[in-house]
Design a protein. Structure first.
Length: 130
């Protein structure tokens, strides 16, 4: 189901790759400076966030092939969507977020996160398989 006031391709991208508003903010920040490498600490300072939380968001975005990750004691990240054509979707997302911030935030918040769903599923009672 497409969120109102959001183009379907943006809504699909959000559903597939973005779990939190913080994660979206991290992605859009790195997109603004695609040639710069960032640590979690660098991003946290700009976004006024916690480095540990930002580190999780960066790692997730790298797993979704939106960032290039260079491992190390303090891993660094650079905006590098794979395939490169994803940049057009992220560019559109940045525009939609700038124009309809509340609609984008509502679309993100309205989706259950997979880890919350998995946690709650652990408490479901099921019949043993025969």
């Amino acid at each position: 189901m497409t969120a109102p006031n959001i183009p379907p391709e943006i809504d699909e991208f959000l559903a597939a790759h973005i779990d939190t508003v913080e994660q979206l903010e991290v992605l859009l920040l790195l997109r603004q400076a695609p040639d710069r490498t960032w640590t979690a600490e660098d991003v946290a300072k700009v976004l006024y966030s916690q480095p540990a939380s930002v580190a999780r968001r960066l790692a997730s975005l790298a797993q979704h092939q939106l960032l290039d990750e260079k491992p190390g004691s303090a891993p660094t990240y650079r905006y590098a969507p794979t395939p490169a054509s994803r940049d057009a979707v992220v560019r559109s997302l940045a525009e939609v977020y700038r124009e309809r911030r509340v609609a984008v935030i509502a679309a993100i918040a309205s989706r259950p996160m997979d880890n919350v769903r998995a946690f709650s599923d652990a408490f479901l009672f099921r019949k043993p398989k025969e």
